[in-house]
Design a protein around this ligand. Structure first.
Ligand SMILES: *Cc1c(COP(=O)(O)O)cnc(C)c1O
Length: 386
């Protein structure tokens, strides 16, 4: 769906004024929910059956495309559905070069599902310069990146890899869930597809699942719309409606979350019970300069290593007042996650070690609460570790 490019308002305006509500003559300010599974043949908007399109999909798609400042966007039932849609464009024998720190469910899909269809994957540390050479050597059909990575917030030089991939016309996918288009624009760096789990920051209220793929390329857009209907990856109209509501406050929420996260990252770094803090815009981040050059701010995820064993780390997570111990991220409420036993529990010990995930590591998703409350909550539980 093409957004109207004839005017160019700022981001906060764009996400609020989405244009069409598909409810002409009613004066409705919010779009209605269109739960209809089917539409009468030959209607002017060209709807036929909700698996292949619905007014609520189109409204959200037009906002996402305007947020990303790109031509096309396709919505899906979840981030994993969006990943599935992209992977379904590949064929048996194709090789995907993947960053070795991809989101866990992406890894699981490639290793346990698409491998059965002989899709090949190779896992690389894309922060190393020698990974660029392998693009020439291995001639992959696709490159799959994520930056910052989960949970160690490694930064990948997106522009450099996209430039290299362009020489061989290799499509590059960037999972941009942790940043959203507000903080980082993969398509501007030359990525072919920008993928987002809208479940996280975009919706921001932890009450709906969704995914989206944005692109400037009509052929890819056609493939995404095809996957939406052919694989049954479409979202529900109600979830799209919720995400359309949630996205209106994305710039507002994210700026509060980033402000809290930046201040907390620096405060935590000074605490004696914290071994180290990883945050992209903290000056001791190993790729601080690169982060500054490709992101507008450091985001709202902080990863810390505690001076504590597994049992102490677990009770630290459990006893916080304002941080719920839960998977997921990006909502208005702060969450804390123990990757070794939660998001990355299924990995074997060697892989965990290689990825730097151990029992003392915790990942914080910073919400919109008052900074002083979050700081006091963390400090109080950190002092229990001394
Ligand atoms: C959550 C997440 C996904 C998957 O999204 P769902 O909406 O949960 O299916 C993909 N990538 C990243 C980076 C995520 O954080």
């Amino acid at each position: 769906m093409q957004p109207d490019m004839s005017f160019n308002p700022g981001i906060s305006t764009k996400v609020i004024h989405h244009g069409k509500t598909y409810a002409d003559n009613t004066g409705t300010v919010m779009p209605p929910i269109f739960p209809s599974s089917t539409f009468s043949h030959g209607n002017p908007e060209g709807f036929d059956y909700t698996r292949s399109g619905n007014p609520n999909f189109r409204i959200l798609e037009s906002i996402l495309a305007s947020l990303e400042e790109c031509k096309y966007s396709t919505v899906f039932a979840s981030g994993v559905s969006a990943i599935t849609a992209i992977a379904s464009s590949l064929k048996s024998g194709d090789l995907v070069l993947c960053e070795e720190n991809l989101y866990g469910c992406t890894v699981r899909l490639f290793e346990q599902v698409f491998s059965k269809f002989r899709l090949q994957t190779k896992w690389l540390d894309f922060s190393r310069t020698d990974s660029l050479k392998l693009i020439d050597e291995l001639k992959p059909s696709m490159i799959w990146l994520e930056s910052p990575t989960n949970p160690l917030l490694k930064i990948i030089d997106l522009k450099k890899i996209c430039n290299k991939a362009k020489e061989s016309q290799t499509p590059v996918v960037v999972d941009n869930t942790f940043s959203t288009a507000i903080l980082q624009r993969p398509l501007d760096f030359g990525a072919t597809l920008s993928l987002t789990s809208t479940t996280k920051y975009i919706n921001g209220h932890s009450d709906a699942l969704g995914g989206a793929v944005c692109t400037q390329d009509l052929e890819w857009e056609d493939q995404m719309k095809f996957a939406q209907k052919a694989l049954g990856l479409q979202p529900s109209p109600f979830d799209c409606w919720l995400i359309t509501r949630g996205i209106k406050t994305l710039p507002l929420r994210l700026s509060k979350q980033v402000e809290n996260a930046f201040a907390l990252a620096n405060a935590l770094g000074a605490h004696p019970s914290v071994e180290w803090v990883r945050y992209p815009f903290k000056s001791d981040h190993p790729q601080y300069e690169l982060a500054k050059s490709q992101m507008k701010s450091g985001g709202a995820i902080i990863t810390i290593r505690l001076k504590a064993d597994q049992k102490q780390t677990y009770s630290f997570c459990k006893n916080l007042r304002y941080f719920t111990m839960a998977e997921s991220l990006g909502g208005v409420e702060s969450l804390i996650c123990h990757p070794a036993t939660m998001t990355h529990a299924s990995l074997n010990i060697e892989t965990k070690k290689k990825l730097g995930i151990d029992e003392s590591l915790v990942r914080l998703s910073i919400g919109c609460e008052d900074f002083s409350d979050l700081k006091e909550d963390l400090n109080q539980q950190l002092s229990q570790l001394m």
